[in-house]
Design a protein around this ligand. Structure first.
Ligand code: KIV
Ligand code: ZN
Length: 519
């Protein structure tokens, strides 16, 4: 069906498969913020979560279903009646929605995970797809571990799912095991052997365990697939999923060899990548294709010389085409509020409310007094910091730290806890330890600190530091971030930010059911 049409459907699963990355859980507010940004990016279908997994997932899928206007919201469901009904309940606020249901089909998964015979699996496919079709015309079906499924059985399951009403057939390379040639053949096989394949769109879903997710997805498209499932920054289970930005830019840059089109507004790629990195606390590696800090940096003399003569000598796409503006020095201490507002809009924050503009403009002025150059990234950090502040139970009023070789290191801290100022002083094993202990003394809690990470937002010793902190409490994970020219202040704020998010999560999330088996 899709072969003659060169339009590729971009199905984003950052909020579902991406969120399954260990430690990448996101709050409801963060997911809604991402959903808005991805709709703006031009994503066609958004897998917003797995409604049966937890109340938090259910709530997120239903909020996202309410806000999306153009992008089709989608929820994941096992081949289980209760999952499919939950999925429908979460999505029903949207006029149009997709239910994505899946079941393992490889001999290994059927025997050891499902403990079911191929015949029983076929029965479940029939029941689950037919049930999903009672709720929506838009049903997607996936044979989990599809690339390790025997070819004949794969064709049989796909034919049955289409017969029962599935409109999209997604072939997951669940464990990232396939290679481009083989994946091409798997997709081609469906077009050659499944008699009703013309009634469905074939989709790719590739994991990156061998670093081949993007190459495999493109091989699938070459064989006739017209939907690609992917995530921003390639986040996802284990080594992640195919990266949206790489797929889209490969198609755009090599249109001579891949004459396909997507609806992605590539200029929004960079801001979406930053948003996902901030929310998850997963930094993007410097040399990551398209969105890495160095993706458009030219260090060597020969390259710089070539670039000055003609940019095409060393650039196959422009930074502007993916929304990377040249890091500007234009903003400084003489810049006014309107210029600041324009700059914020240019950086992807067009609708900031007046209070937020006032707050961040004041912080920008303070920063410009302290720091010679204010870069775009500094401004983004200030705005993100303020955006995170809503719903805060705890905020930092003041911090003094004694650090250095003599020791003991001490932190004197003042926190506002639900409108009440509390203060304390504590010693620690280093200044950061002293700060975290002081916070714990004022606001007692029992969390595991899983990650503490400092990154410079821009270059130079006067750069703002962004600190990421990941904490865990009874299986709930929360990531906090904050930026400041003082690394210790950023550390305190990031820890407090993570605690604030955890407090929201404690109120929202009920325990997750056991999702170890698919049916
Ligand atoms: O990787 C996988 O198999 C999945 C399915 C649920 C589609 O994510
Ligand atoms: Zn997956």
């Amino acid at each position: 069906m899709a072969k003659s049409n060169n339009q590729i459907i971009i199905f984003d699963t950052t909020l579902r498969d991406g969120e399954q990355s260990p430690g990448a859980s996101m709050s409801l507010e963060e997911k809604v913020q991402i959903a808005h940004a991805f709709e703006d990016l031009g994503v066609d279908v958004m897998e917003a979560g797995f409604p049966a997994a937890s109340n938090g997932d259910f709530e997120a899928v239903s909020e996202i279903a309410k806000i999306l206007k153009k992008t089709i919201p989608c929820g994941l469901a096992r081949a289980v009646k209760a999952d499919i009904e939950k999925c429908k309940d979460a999505l029903k606020h949207s006029k149009r929605f997709r239910i994505h249901t899946f079941l393992s089909t490889s001999p290994l998964h059927m025997k050891h995970k499902l403990k079911k015979t191929p015949k029983e699996v076929l029965e479940l496919i029939k029941d689950s797809v037919s049930l999903a079709r009672r709720f929506t015309d838009d049903v997607e079906w996936s044979p989990e571990d599809g690339t390790r499924t025997t070819p004949d059985f794969l064709c049989k399951t796909v034919e049955l799912a289409i017969k029962c009403g599935a409109k999209t057939i997604n072939i997951p390379d669940t464990v990232g095991y396939t290679i481009p040639d083989e994946y091409y053949k798997t997709i081609k096989l469906l077009f050659d052997k499944v008699p009703n394949i013309d009634k469905a769109i074939v989709s790719t879903h590739c994991h990156n365990d061998l670093g081949l997710a993007v190459a495999n997805s493109l091989a699938g498209v070459k064989a006739g697939a017209r939907q690609i499932e992917c995530t921003i920054n390639g986040i996802g289970e284990r080594a992640g999923n195919a990266a949206l930005e790489e797929i889209v830019m490969a198609i755009k840059t090599r249109s001579d060899l891949m004459p396909y089109k997507t609806n992605i507004n590539t200029k929004k790629i960079s801001s979406c990548s930053k948003l996902v990195a901030n929310v998850t606390g997963f930094p993007v590696q410097f040399n990551k294709a398209i969105v890495g800090k160095n993706a458009f940096a030219h260090e060597s003399g020969i390259h710089q010389d070539g670039m000055l003569k003609n940019k095409k000598t060393y650039e196959i796409m422009t930074p502007e085409s993916v929304g990377v503006t040249k890091s500007s020095l234009v903003m400084g201490k003489h810049s006014g509020r309107n210029a600041f507002k324009d700059k914020a809009a240019e950086l992807g924050y067009p609708d900031l409310n007046e209070e937020l503009v006032n707050n961040t403009f004041k912080k920008f002025k303070d920063l410009a007094d302290k720091k010679k150059h204010v870069f775009d990234e500094d401004i983004i950090a200030l705005i993100d910091d303020d955006l995170m502040k809503h719903n805060n139970a705890i905020s930092l009023s003041s911090l003094e730290v004694i650090a250095g070789t003599k020791g003991p290191q001490k932190a004197k801290i003042e926190l506002m806890i639900y409108d009440e100022i509390k203060k304390t002083e504590t010693e620690g094993d280093g200044p950061v330890d002293a700060i975290f202990k002081a916070i714990k003394k004022i606001y007692p809690h029992n969390v595991n600190l899983q990650l503490y990470q400092v990154q410079a937002v821009t270059e130079g010793t006067d750069a703002q530091a962004t600190v990421s902190v990941r904490i865990e409490e009874k299986g709930k994970i929360s990531v906090g971030q904050a930026a400041d020219t003082d690394t210790l202040v950023a550390s305190a704020k990031a820890y407090i930010n993570a605690l604030n998010k955890l407090i929201i999560k404690r109120k929202r999330t009920a325990p997750s059911p056991d999702l170890s088996a698919s049916a």
